[in-house]
Design a binder for this molecule. Structure first.
Ligand code: FHN
Length: 420
């Protein structure tokens, strides 16, 4: 079964979906023992490191500067409402105290502590939700067999018991859903490694929904959502775009999320200095909101537990922008205008926010709108001239009001969009 057939989301789940839809901005964290090598989270596969050699890495993982509270405060300062952290990535290493294996941070590292626990506590203290990323693909577990497209050269025996691997996943997910209090949801990845395998999603998803009915399930399988999934994610692309190559799936009616790296790496990469500018990151957040999607912005912390300063700096800058402009993002929905070369729109109640991201010659021309516009003004300024006809809408923004990051115009409508 690809999903959980006949799934009907519980009222708490629908409520959590609304929360998610309103939240708009989260922090993605890729952190594991691979961070030690500073070569991204795929290093085990890419360098064909043998399991026995990779295991030795764990003995060096000692993030003595890890301060969960500081991470959460930074996310909050950035204006983020939730955090999604790798509980286990493709190397199979559990960043929590798993009883289902000793391939985990408590049993194998000198640090010896579960890093998810203090993070869950800090999130609760500061009012953020916590989601767990969980890789279904596993380059370490002997029962991940038959092998998929990746992790084929890591020296594992050519045998294994797939049903036992599914039991192992069930056991770890039960741990994640019963040890850390209420969580936001599970963010699956790695299904694409074995698209033809039976992953037991029917039981797995049903179990998750039973243990925490409000918890949202998303799966980064790069297909349209399977039954039982509560949100749809896109990787390195906005919904409807496909520059990364794997976002061919259509856009569903579930809450949407785009995940994005600040540079080009998910896990810490010491040579990757391609950090996107503050402007580009803010504009991506805005474009995501205009397409009805959240932005899950990633950082790969250093092995000592600190956040790369270039990333912390950018997160703070986005937070500063959101403190001034957040009313045009949080709790809004994308539209009523479809995204265009001029920018995007968001709306809440009877207010439409035009996010002008590019400057035309002359005035801004937008498609027609059914609802009558009562007034137009700058979010940070006074009234501006506009005309509305059956042909469309034209707004004039004085040159001195132009903001190269995002010029926000507020349209006050007589009725909510789509309700007149
Ligand atoms: O292979 C992973 C990758 O390491 C990273 O976790 C991203 C995040 O969306 N997902 C996978 C590729 O689709």
């Amino acid at each position: 079964a690809l999903g959980q057939p006949g799934y009907r989301p519980a009222p708490e789940n629908l409520e959590a979906r609304r929360w998610f839809h309103d939240a708009k901005f989260g922090l993605f964290i890729h952190w594991g023992i691979y961070s030690l090598l500073g070569d991204g989270e795929w290093v085990m596969n890419n360098r064909r490191i043998q399991v026995a050699d990779y295991e030795k890495l764990a003995a060096f993982f000692n993030p003595i500067r890890y301060d969960a509270d500081a991470w959460v405060r930074l996310a909050k300062e950035a204006g983020m409402k939730y955090i999604t952290i790798t509980s286990k990535h493709h190397d199979g290493f559990a960043m929590f105290d798993s009883k289902a294996t000793d391939w985990d941070i408590v049993d194998r590292t000198p640090y010896g502590k579960d890093v998810l626990k203090p993070l869950a506590e800090a999130c609760r203290r500061h009012g953020l939700k916590l989601f767990f990323y969980y890789s279904q693909l596993d380059w370490h577990h002997p029962d991940y067999f038959p092998r998929g497209r990746t992790g084929r050269d890591n020296g594992r025996p050519e045998r294994g018991d797939w049903p036992r691997y599914l039991d192992f996943m069930d056991a770890q997910l039960t741990e994640l859903l019963t040890t850390y209090g209420e969580i936001g949801g599970i963010w699956f990845d790695g299904w694409w490694d074995r698209p033809d395998a039976d992953w037991g999603h029917d039981e797995l998803y049903a179990m998750i929904h039973r243990l925490q009915p409000h918890a949202l399930i998303g799966n980064n399988h790069h297909r349209e959502p399977f039954p039982g999934e509560d949100f749809q994610m896109f990787e390195q692309d906005l919904p409807g775009e496909n520059t990364a190559g794997f976002n061919r799936a259509g856009v569903s009616r579930l809450p949407l999320e785009t995940c994005l790296t600040i540079n080009r790496s998910w896990g810490y990469h010491r040579g990757d200095r391609n950090h996107k500018s503050e402007r580009e990151l803010i504009q991506t957040l805005v474009k995501a909101a205009g397409r009805n999607a959240n932005l899950l912005l990633n950082t790969g912390p250093l092995p000592d537990g600190t956040i790369q300063p270039e990333h912390a700096e950018r997160l703070r800058a986005i937070g500063k922008w959101l403190r001034a402009n957040g009313q045009s993002i949080y709790g809004t929905r994308g539209g009523p205008f479809p995204p265009g070369p001029w920018g995007v729109s968001t709306w809440k109640g009877r207010r439409v926010y035009l996010h002008l991201l590019a400057r035309p010659q002359g005035s801004w021309q937008l498609p027609p709108l059914k609802e009558r516009i009562r007034a137009a003004r700058l979010l940070h300024g006074g009234a501006i001239p506009f005309t509305q006809s059956e042909q469309g809408i034209r707004v004039e923004v004085p040159a001195e009001a132009w903001d190269p990051v995002d010029t926000i115009v507020v349209l006050e409508l007589r009725d909510r969009p789509g309700r007149s």
